[in-house]
Design a protein around this ligand. Structure first.
Ligand SMILES: Nc1ncnc2c1ncn2[C@@H]1O[C@H](COP(=O)(O)OP(=O)(O)OP(=O)(O)O)[C@@H](O)[C@H]1O
Ligand SMILES: [Mg+2]
Length: 336
């Protein structure tokens, strides 16, 4: 890839790659700022699916919420649709956790989760469910501000898989049971996933693990999430209880995202933390990084492959197909 199809965005390097897209860091030659350009793969060419994706991306973008990644521009070029986003120079929470020794302390984890829950709660109020909350979709700036990325992408993935079995998928470690069973997602689906992200940040591993996708879906649909304090003794009880509530298998028994925000905010306030971004910035010790100035590129970022829990997704068949087979088997067993 040499440019984005419009001469405006000059590609500087690859930031990462997921199931549906490749993300590059680029220079916006008009506004002289760094941006992230996400090019969706060819499989997304279904017009209705793309229309829905645009709708969700623009809906959340219009919110202009400080904890949601801003989409600046969208377009189409020879090898697919692309969107131009604000560039978050410290990358994903997945990478931050890995570069921080494999986990974060409970207070830092709560600072990340609170900011994510504020963004998600605003999206829920606007009628949009994320459906793919995971450490790689939470990005952070050098000021410690956490932003939720990829609204609309999960829906896009689901719809593409429905029409094209066998195309790439993301890792389903944070999927809620209702999603794994192919039922409708709701705002509570994001609450379950955020519980998994909190679990991952504090323990250094996701709540559900298995040898393969089938095993993972089975665990998610048939087991309760492990207690956070059983894996991380040092985790404060209040936080562990909140995570347990968020991880309830019945969506109706989970708190709403705004309740999650409230509980995290008051727990952090009890610890004297009123500015979660500032706490993260100072605790994680982000160095000052230069940004683009004029035509000179001096942005200091890690341009590398993202932390992945799953081998390249192209080797996997679609979740929808696997889940269906799995459910059919289970039903067949039950009726025997
Ligand atoms: N706006 C951005 N600013 C900085 N880095 C970004 C931005 N968007 C994405 N990235 C980086 O690119 C990586 C790949 O993103 P991408 O969304 O394609 O994959 P993913 O989130 O790992 O998987 P999925 O396909 O499920 O979304 C991210 O993990 C992150 O490190
Ligand atoms: Mg993503």
């Amino acid at each position: 890839m040499t440019d984005t199809g419009t001469s405006r965005y000059r590609i500087l390097g690859k930031l990462g790659e997921g199931g549906m897209a490749v993300v590059h860091m680029a220079e916006d030659s008009v506004l002289h700022r760094c941006v992230a350009v996400k090019t969706l793969r060819r499989e997304t060419r279904d017009a209705t699916v793309l229309q829905r994706f645009h709708l969700e991306a623009t809906t959340v973008s219009r919110l202009g919420h400080s904890n949601i990644v801003q989409v600046h521009d969208m377009g189409e070029r020879a090898d697919g649709e692309f969107l131009v986003m604000e560039f978050l120079d410290r990358g994903s929470i997945g990478k931050i956790v890995s570069s921080n020794g494999g986990h974060l302390d409970a207070v830092c984890a709560a600072c990340v989760a609170l900011q994510a829950s504020d963004g998600l709660s605003a999206a829920h109020d606007a009628g949009v469910v994320h459906r793919d909350v995971k450490p790689d979709n939470l990005l952070i700036s050098r000021q410690g501000v956490v932003k939720v990325a990829d609204f609309g992408i999960a829906r896009l993935q689901n719809d593409v898989h429905r029409t094209e079995p066998g195309v790439a998928i993301g890792s389903p470690h944070y999927m809620a049971p209702e999603q794994a069973e192919g039922q409708e997602s709701s705002p509570k689906t994001d609450v379950f996933a955020l519980a998994g992200v909190l679990h991952f940040m504090i323990c250094g591993r996701p709540p559900f693990e298995a040898e393969n996708v089938m095993g993972l879906l089975y665990r998610i649909t048939s087991h309760d999430a492990p207690e956070l304090r059983a894996r991380a003794r040092e985790c404060p009880r209040v936080l562990s209880e909140l995570v347990r509530a968020m991880h309830q298998r019945d969506p109706d028994r989970r708190p709403s995202m705004s309740e999650v925000s409230e509980r995290l905010r008051s727990w952090l306030a009890e610890h004297g933390i009123l500015q979660p971004a500032e706490h993260l910035r100072s605790t994680l010790g982000f160095p000052q990084t230069a940004t683009l100035s004029g035509n000179t590129t001096t942005a200091a970022v890690h341009i590398e492959a993202p932390l992945r829990w799953w081998p390249p997704e192209r080797a996997l068949t679609s979740i929808a197909t696997l889940a269906l087979k799995f459910l059919q088997k289970r039903e067949a067993k039950a009726s025997r």
